[in-house]
Design a protein around this ligand. Structure first.
Ligand code: ADP
Ligand code: MG
Length: 693
């Protein structure tokens, strides 16, 4: 084989990668062998040691070996195959919800197995759900793993085992000639980090004795080496984009006092002092002929939407359009409802655009956007796809900005008229400390709504160990029987919609069994939007008592009668995410409760996070604590909600690198512009192309 550069080597060059697998890898953003190498594990499993069955602990991952004693199909609400496995120290059950006859036949009594899986408390003792297993035949069974086993971010139809084999092949091809180290020695030096190749090898296959705590915190030199390079690439690309944008003018939008007064008169409440102050700051920016780029931070429920409406009125009063973009259909729908209620009485017209809207209805909306008869346009990111032509877009408002990447956000600015760039207002409930905001977006101004509207009752939060799960189920029964509604939120370690959906299904099944009298609904990310909306509508209408959900409900969902939320395995989520979730209750007049149903044993950090959640309802206090705590080991294992779409770096943890990143970026741009371009391609690739489109 020739020594082709790995960024030019398509994945199909790897053994066993055909067109079908290629398509799945594309979903993960993997096109070349280089991409495989930069697709880093989320976490690691230790399969280098055996656990005696008698010593298994719930909610841990174990390798066990034993002899099959029985293997039978159990009939319940859900049929499952249950296989009893025994060693010298005890017996446990392996449970499979999906199985074949052949599988059942192979697991005959007397067969010896080695299994790997997560230990779960079952009705009759500890169980392993869907463990991976291999047959141990012959006198000398296969040796245990020698290095730690990586768990990669995965996607449907792409098993971990596959990803491991592919990564293994890519590692074999790894050589300096084929994957150049783009950091000039004088810039990388002084940090005493391993070289690129050594760092990648280590992170894909850490040795058995690797310091997992150090890796979990993201502080291993190999990680720091890559984090530095990644932050550098982002910094370079932002500098480039900013340079382009700063050259463009914006429409000055002066405040329309009459329109504002009419609007405020329709509201059933008065603005808080903080809302008024922030609205003033926004109005001052808008009046300038330069594009505003302002971030409005405000805790869940602080009333950001009204501030957005006021900004929109400035645009509309000047004959321009305003667009409001939300990250999910559910949230976009709620905004549409609010803005209709507020603005239609003023004679303004609201258009609506999401990816789902098709045919005639879509054409009508597009026409209203293009001919200017729509004053305000609400939607999802479909608003900014090709083919959507605005008549005169003066202002873009982005809600819950952390769901959009920086590049996506900047791309929105390309939709102005006659060479102008729309002003941009970004709203988030996730506070970002000033220093970090400045590094991540040097051109971003920040306003804070630091006051909640009067009359809110704080949510009462308790933490209960999952050994007392039964009590929590009873609590749900009591609340729902008394006419209140509840959420039951399932979380999962793996970054996979499929697994998360399966976990939620299993929990819903279990709760159906335990709470036969209740009307129970289920939403997760794998449902089609119409199904999702149907369930949400039923819940909102009070026709469901209990909603079992994944973290899809984290943002924006508003059902005031829901006053109890159970969050299962809260230790798997970051503080910011927990706070967002909890913000779904405490919206009505009833006293609200949040139960954190945690798995044991808890790490020190998890305990600390749970304590913080119990102590305060203040989003800013929580964010500060989050920053102080985040050794993002566990963040590595959860959904990334960072404002930058970072693979390995973490803005909080790696803040100390930002100074040298900035220096390196400036030098690289002037002394090695090709390397700068190659770095951007390596780490950001497609997203950057999307911006240029
Ligand atoms: P968030 O900042 O989380 O987006 P919203 O804008 O959705 O908050 O506002 C939350 C709720 O508070 C809404 O029902 C809204 O109508 C109400 N609200 C907003 N401002 C005030 C205010 N000044 N006084 C009373 N209620 C308000
Ligand atoms: Mg909001």
């Amino acid at each position: 084989m020739t020594e082709q550069a790995l960024d030019q080597t398509p994945v199909t060059r790897l053994r066993g990668v055909g067109t079908q697998l290629q398509a799945r890898l594309t979903k993960l953003g993997i096109a070349t062998v280089q991409d495989v190498l930069f697709h880093l594990p989320l976490r690691y499993m230790d399969r280098t040691r055996l656990t005696p069955i008698g010593a298994m602990q719930p909610n841990t991952e174990v390798v066990i070996e034993g002899t099959v004693r029985a293997c039978d199909v159990a009939f319940g609400r859900r049929r499952s195959l249950v296989c009893k496995l025994q060693d010298d120290t005890g017996t446990t059950s392996l449970r499979f919800f999906h199985f074949s006859q052949a599988q059942k036949n192979n697991l005959r009594p007397g067969t010896r197995l080695r299994c790997f899986g997560e230990v779960r408390p079952g009705r009759a003792g500890l169980e392993l759900y869907h463990p991976e297993y291999q047959f141990l035949d012959g006198p000398a069974p296969a040796p245990l793993e020698q290095s730690l086993t990586p768990v990669y971010p995965a996607t449907e139809g792409l098993a971990q085992q596959r990803l491991r084999t592919i990564a293994g092949q890519a590692l074999e091809m790894l050589a300096e000639g084929r994957l150049p180290d783009l950091l000039p020695a004088e810039l990388a030096g002084g940090h005493r980090r391993p070289d690129l190749i050594a760092a990648l090898r280590y992170l894909h296959r850490p040795p058995r004795d690797a310091d997992l705590d150090l890796i979990a915190r993201g502080e291993h030199p190999a990680q720091q080496r890559l984090a530095f390079e990644e932050l550098l690439a982002h910094h370079l690309s932002l500098q480039r984009l900013r340079r382009q944008i700063r050259q463009l003018p914006a429409l000055p939008l002066r405040r329309d006092k009459t329109l504002e007064a009419d609007f405020l008169a329709t509201l059933p409440f008065a603005l808080t002092g903080a809302q008024r102050r922030v609205a003033d700051e926004v109005a001052q920016d808008l009046a300038r002929p330069l594009p505003m780029l302002r971030l409005v931070q405000g805790d869940v429920g602080s009333g950001k939407t009204v501030v957005a409406a006021l900004a929109a009125l400035s645009a509309i009063g000047n004959g321009a359009q305003a667009a409001v973009m939300a990250p999910t259909e559910i949230l976009a729908g709620q905004h549409r409802h609010n803005f209709e209620t507020w603005l239609a009485p003023l004679g303004l017209r609201i258009a609506w655009l999401t990816g789902r809207l098709r045919g005639k209805a879509r054409e009508m909306q597009m026409a209203a956007i293009a001919d200017g008869s729509a004053n305000l346009i609400v939607g999802t990111h479909a608003l900014f796809q090709e083919g959507v032509i605005f008549h005169n877009l003066g202002l873009t408002i982005i809600d819950e900005q952390h769901r959009f990447g920086v590049h996506q956000r900047l791309a929105l600015r390309q939709k102005g008229k006659d060479g102008t760039v729309p002003h941009q207002l970004i709203m988030t409930a996730t506070p970002i400390p000033r220093t970090l905001a400045m590094s991540a977006y040097a051109d971003l101004d920040v306003s804070v709504i630091d006051e909640l509207p009067p009359g809110r009752t704080p949510v009462n939060t308790v933490a209960i160990s999952d050994q007392r799960r039964g009590d929590v189920v009873e609590r749900v029964r009591t609340a729902c029987t008394a006419g209140r509604q509840a959420y039951w939120v399932c979380t999962l370690i793996e970054e996979s919609d499929v697994l998360e959906a399966q976990a939620a299904e299993a929990t819903a099944d279990e709760l159906h069994l335990l709470l036969p009298g209740l009307r129970i609904g289920l939403v997760h990310g794998r449902l089609k939007p119409p199904q999702k909306e149907k369930v949400m509508a039923l819940f909102k209408a009070g026709e469901l008592d209990l909603l079992v959900a994944t973290t899809v409900i984290e943002v924006g969902v508003d059902v005031p009668n829901a006053s109890l939320m159970v969050i299962e395995n809260p230790e798997r989520l970051g503080l910011a995410q927990l706070h967002q979730l909890r913000g779904r209750v405490g919206r009505g007049s009833a006293e609200s409760h949040c139960v954190l149903l945690y798995g044991t044993p808890l790490s020190r950090q998890s305990r600390e996070r749970i304590r913080t959640m119990r102590q305060t309802n203040d989003g800013f206090a929580i964010a500060e604590k989050d920053l102080a705590l985040r050794g993002p080991g566990e963040v590595l294992g959860t959904r990334q909600t960072g404002e930058l779409d970072l693979r390995i770096a973490d803005l909080q943890r790696d803040a100390h690198l930002l100074g040298s990143v900035k220096e390196a970026a400036t030098r690289l741009l002037s002394e090695h512009p090709q390397r700068a371009a190659a770095l951007i391609r390596r780490w950001i690739g497609d997203k950057e192309r999307f911006v240029q489109a």
